[in-house]
Design a protein around this ligand. Structure first.
Ligand code: ADP
Length: 454
């Protein structure tokens, strides 16, 4: 889909008084949009070339803390600036906000103007460039699952995140009746995103009370990550406008299924899908088999990028449609890697490990790194795990805790070679910070269990 707003069209819209604000944003390590709200006149005059932000924004956590241990940025280095350089091909209207447009930025070093290596968008761009150098164009789709609640964000926060009531009273998987009742939120999500140039396919009820899914048509990997990030942001803002909350927490209650972000992946040469070979098993080419073999071999290395928080690991539970094993299977929702569209030109691999909290730039980059390594190593595809993969004894487990995933990330020679040792060290620190924060917390569970009986 072409950019729905050229710079020239923005100038006209501003001159005619239709747009007065431009959101100038980049995506942080947590996958959130960070940036500034520009007066449109200033954006047209100056801001479209570059603006600046504090460099702690790519070394903070969800609380905006300034943890130590990052080589790239610290109190000792004075927390200087990064350059935010708008990528004008991402300029688009924001139809759910009055008079507003948005642009995504690349993050550059303030002095050298080179890409900051741990900027999530730069990390994905580097892996896409690596694929392109092999003559391959990665195409991806990410599914966004989330829960919709009766109350709004502020009310829920002021209530201490208790008494969380999902919007519906029953499992609404594919339900048309229940989802009709949610159209005050879901219809503007579809229509506003579509008008913002995001190729929304559909929304549907998911397999829990109050659970929703948003599907966006597959695109080149960078556009897919851009679409995902903007869509996730829009879902929160549009729900907030309707007085409701949504959550992308992968597991907000132990007794409910979690929320995922499945990633569909294929490789192309021009208009030709290179995963397709009518004579191969299930219509899969040798390239697809090696690509998937790489992701299976390195699944533990990259799990952090699919499951970046302590909570992410609570989702991996037998019988919930969230996988527990790094195995592949044809059209089988119990496997970590599901072959979809077998025997057709749309044959692709859906990675089902990622939770709704993943950062799509990092998740796609890590999956690409593993898949391309599989092609370079000419890896053979292990045998398919058929049936209920949860019970497949021979299939390797996905790391079951953040602590385990930190160790596999820290030791990953494949990721160090693909992303750079500095990038792996940066994200290992990011993961440690999360684990340390959790280890320092005293949870409700500990109090309820031990208060009287300890
Ligand atoms: P599901 O059974 O998971 O709902 P769908 O047919 O709805 O499967 O497709 C899921 C996603 O896969 C959609 O977002 C679609 O755009 C994407 N998709 C379709 N073909 C390809 C492809 N060749 N490569 C990558 N993604 C694709």
């Amino acid at each position: 889909m072409p950019s729905p707003l050229t710079f020239h069209a923005l100038e006209t819209a501003v001159a005619e008084g239709d747009i007065d604000t431009v959101l100038v944003c980049f995506t942080d390590m947590q996958g959130r949009l960070m940036g500034k709200r520009f007066h449109a006149a200033n954006f047209i005059e100056h801001g479209h070339k570059e603006t600046h932000c504090c460099n702690y924004l790519l070394a903070t956590d969800q609380e905006m803390a300034t943890p130590d241990g990052y080589a790239a940025t610290s109190w000792a280095q004075g927390y200087g600036d990064y350059v935010m350089q708008p990528d004008l091909s991402t300029l688009r209207p924001v139809p759910w906000l009055e008079g507003t447009a948005m642009v995504l930025c690349d993050v550059l070093d303030h002095h050298t103007h080179k890409p900051v290596s741990h900027d999530p968008r730069a990390i994905l761009k580097a892996q896409v460039a690596r694929a392109e150098a092999m003559g391959l164009t990665p195409m991806m789709a990410s599914e966004l699952e989330f829960f919709l609640f009766e109350k709004g964000f502020d009310e829920i926060r002021k209530g201490g995140f208790r008494d969380l009531k999902p919007f519906s009273g029953y499992n609404q998987d594919y339900h048309i009746l229940q989802t009709t009742k949610e159209e005050d939120v879901m219809r503007p999500i579809r229509n506003h995103l579509f008008a913002a140039g995001i190729p929304v396919e559909n929304t549907k009820g998911e397999a829990e009370t109050g659970q929703e899914e948003l599907n966006i048509r597959y695109a080149d990997a960078l556009s897919c990550a851009d679409h995902h990030t903007i869509a996730k942001h829009a879902v929160k803002e549009i729900a907030w406008q309707a007085g409701r909350a949504v959550t992308f927490l992968p597991k907000w209650r132990a007794d409910k299924v979690g929320s995922s972000s499945h990633l569909h992946q294929s490789l192309w040469k021009g208009d030709t899908p290179v995963f397709r070979d009518p004579d191969g098993p299930h219509g899969m080419s040798a390239t697809m088999q090696s690509f998937m073999a790489g992701q299976l071999k390195y699944a533990a290395d990259l799990t952090f990028f699919l499951a970046p928080y302590v909570n992410s690991y609570k989702r991996f539970m037998k019988g919930t449609f969230a996988p527990t094993k790094a195995a592949w299977s044809v059209d089988n929702r119990t496997a970590g890697f599901r072959v979809c569209g077998d025997g057709t030109p749309a044959v692709r691999v859906e990675c089902r490990i990622g939770g709704s909290d993943l950062n799509p730039y990092l998740a796609q980059a890590a999956l690409l790194a593993a898949g391309l390594a599989g092609i370079e190593e000419n890896l053979p595809l292990p045998s398919e795990t058929a049936g209920d993969v949860y019970d497949a004894k021979e299939a390797p487990e996905i790391p079951q805790t953040l602590r385990a995933a930190i160790e596999t990330l820290r030791g990953s020679a494949m990721l160090k070679a693909a992303l750079g040792t500095d990038v792996v060290a940066h994200y290992t620190r990011c993961a440690e910070v999360e684990q340390e924060a959790f280890d320092a917390a005293v949870t409700d569970w500990e109090i309820a269990r031990g208060f009287e009986r300890a």
